[in-house]
Design a protein around this ligand. Structure first.
Ligand code: ATP
Ligand code: MG
Ligand code: MG
Ligand code: MG
Length: 439
């Protein structure tokens, strides 16, 4: 992409409404625009990162054997009357009436709808296990939308639902989700710690939240410092193996890690004092096992091996896709701007032309742009007629992992400069070597 043809409305000044760094940087980098409290347009750069995050979520869900589908944002109130949640959900639910005076709502989550899909089509235990998920916009009329996309009212969520014959099978689905979430967050350059949590309006007993530690996080958390040393890494897991998934769950939940709702001082105090940590965290996901809470009242049953009809055991599992952009920036930035982890960056590299209009510099930039693109890299070429300082500031702000700087002086000896955004280190090399390095 050539910057002169792109739409990247960067702001020079810090927007006053932004209280935390990720919100400030997303506005300054021209990623989002607020349209109403907690409701945002995703401008091209923000949209590109959102799609990257979504892509990783899709890949990891499908690696775990979960099946994508897409449910609508608007739902019928009658479905929610069946589960009893239409009245229980309260003011966070946005209720809408259509021209025929039928009650609808903008979905805050989809347990009822997916249970309805299940009961309409599935009758036998032979069709289990099944996990369906979608990535769809949700609406929750939060009292205090704030921190940009971190606590929006309209936000993008991945929500998945497992259907199993027995509690044991459903707990395997729970463990499988835990494993796939660990992989998902690490691919985005994040460490998200599973913590024992409270189930809230979804209901159920077994639940973990995934928290990214950050001073600006809205959750208060307590943990044993040893838990923060664990990494999932590139282990190969057989998602069908009950033992393998259980072993990962055991490992990642073997140390104390809880949110304030489930925190227990007396248990916490048994940890050696130097390992006790209290901190703040951003909730980027949550998994639940809730058994037959929805299948029973809504009649989602299957015929079991013995011929008897039984309600299925279910769980639901959410990832805050749009919130993740804020969490990634909170975890990865410096005073000059964002530093995108490679896995989610909107462009792999940027090319800075130090003397736009100079035929030799222009043609060297064009050649680099062409070669990198031909190698399958997504590159942003700053071809504006601007001062070098302004171009560097834009590249630093939008946080691409690599910058190639091309100027008349270097070109005399056939060199360009390759700079790493994270370390700030620069190296001079020939254009073809720069292309090779970015492979
Ligand atoms: P929170 O405690 O932050 O209000 P939640 O527990 O109500 O979140 P869940 O029902 O667990 O949210 O939804 C799954 C995920 O969706 C959350 O872990 C979070 O990452 C994301 N999420 C929830 N509410 C919002 C919101 N208002 N804006 C952006 N993302 C959200
Ligand atoms: Mg909430
Ligand atoms: Mg929560
Ligand atoms: Mg939650």
């Amino acid at each position: 992409m050539r910057l002169t043809r792109y739409f990247l409305p960067v702001l020079k000044e810090d927007p006053k409404e932004a209280q935390i760094v990720s919100h400030r940087l997303m506005l300054r980098a021209g990623m989002i625009k607020q349209q109403a409290a907690g409701i945002y347009s995703w401008l091209p750069l923000g949209y590109k990162v959102l799609r990257q995050v979504e892509q990783i979520v899709h890949e990891e869900q499908q690696r775990a054997g979960h099946i994508p589908l897409l449910m609508p944002t608007l739902q019928s109130a009658d479905l929610w009357r069946e589960s009893g949640r239409y009245d229980d959900y309260g003011e966070e639910m946005l209720r809408v009436t259509d021209r025929h005076k039928r009650d609808l709502l903008y979905g805050p989550t989809n347990e009822e709808m997916i249970t309805d899909i299940f009961r309409s089509h599935i009758n036998s235990y032979k069709d289990l296990p099944l996990t369906l998920y979608h990535i769809q916009w949700k609406f929750r009329d939060e009292i205090r939308p704030r921190f940009g996309v971190m606590r929006g009212r309209e936000f993008l969520m991945k929500d998945g639902y497992n259907f199993d014959l027995t509690k044991e099978a459903a707990l395997h689905a729970y463990n499988r989700h835990l494993v796939s979430y660990l992989r998902t967050y690490e691919r985005m350059g994040l460490q998200a710690i599973p913590m024992r949590a409270d189930s809230g309006p979804i209901g159920g007993d077994d639940t973990h939240e995934f928290l990214v530690l950050a001073e600006t996080g809205e959750s208060e958390v307590f943990y044993d410092s040893q838990i923060a040393d664990l990494r999932f890494g590139d282990r190969q897991i057989d998602y069908d193996s009950v033992e393998e998934c259980q072993a990962v769950l055991d490992e990642f939940t073997s140390r104390y890690a809880r949110t304030d709702e489930t925190h227990d001082e007396s248990v916490f105090n048994q940890i050696p004092e130097e390992r006790r940590r209290s901190a703040r965290g951003i909730e980027v996901g949550q998994i639940f096992y809730f058994g037959t809470k929805y299948s029973e009242p809504m009649g989602a049953t299957v015929v079991g091996p013995d011929g008897a009809r039984v309600p299925v055991h279910m769980g639901s599992h959410g990832i805050g896709v749009s919130r993740l952009l804020g969490a990634i920036i909170e975890a990865s930035h410096d005073e000059r701007g964002i530093i995108w982890p490679e896995g989610v960056t909107p462009f792999h590299a940027g090319i800075v032309n130090l003397k736009q209009g100079d035929p030799s510099v222009d043609s060297a930039c064009e050649a680099l742009y062409r070669d990198l693109t031909a190698n399958g890299l997504d590159v942003l070429y700053d071809d504006r007629d601007e001062r070098a300082g302004a171009k560097f500031a834009t590249m630093d702000l939008i946080g691409l992992p690599w910058r190639i700087t091309v100027g008349p002086r270097g070109l005399k000896t056939n060199t360009v400069e390759l700079t790493c955004r994270r370390t700030g280190e620069s190296q001079e090399m020939s254009p073809s070597e720069a292309v090779a390095r970015l492979q």
